[in-house]
Ligand binder design. Sequence first.
Ligand code: CU
Length: 216
Amino acid sequence: MKKLLLPLACLCAISVHAATINGEIDVDELPSAKRSSNRYQRGAAEQPAAPPESMAVVYLLGDFPQAMWDNVPKTSELIQRGLQFEVSVMPVTKGAMVVFPNEDETFHNVFSYSPEKSFDLGRYRKGEEPGTVVFEEPGEIAVFCEIHRHMRSTILVLDTPVFTTAGTDGTFALENVPAGEYELVVWYGPGKTSHQQISVPADQETLTVQPAAPGE
Ligand SMILES: [Cu+2]
């Protein structure tokens, strides 16, 4: 009987000893989103919606069981609506496919020149088949629209299954983190991150961390 239980020991440890990591990032470090909408051409027939709020992404680097990699979403959507990308940043795990639906009556043409993944989806509008891209390499993928120069977003391709987007108040929670040693990374905006080592003890259900300032 004891032998039969052994293969499950690892999975049991994850569910029993997984912790939630709470924290709050400094929202004053987030870039202002206001600047981009001012660039929209005057007299244009359609005015863009407010740009998406700047958001921080929080993630852990370390060793994770295969089951955690297997459980991350394989597909995400970055919607274009109101002549804006719906979010300022979208974190995905490497290998994920991103679909780019256009919910506007007008055409968009999403593209990126980022070295980890460059692409050009061509023009399509609401109701047409959206373009898709699979992101295999971790990196910070700057995404634009060829037609509307104010439109911008970032796809953050991560080498980890453990990540979250902080709320607009800066708070975040990383859930189901197995005990272990990790690097906690906060992404505040393009090229702006903080890094720190954290330790998740096996006997703790919640852990509160104070994220380092960007550049550390
Ligand atoms: Cu566009």
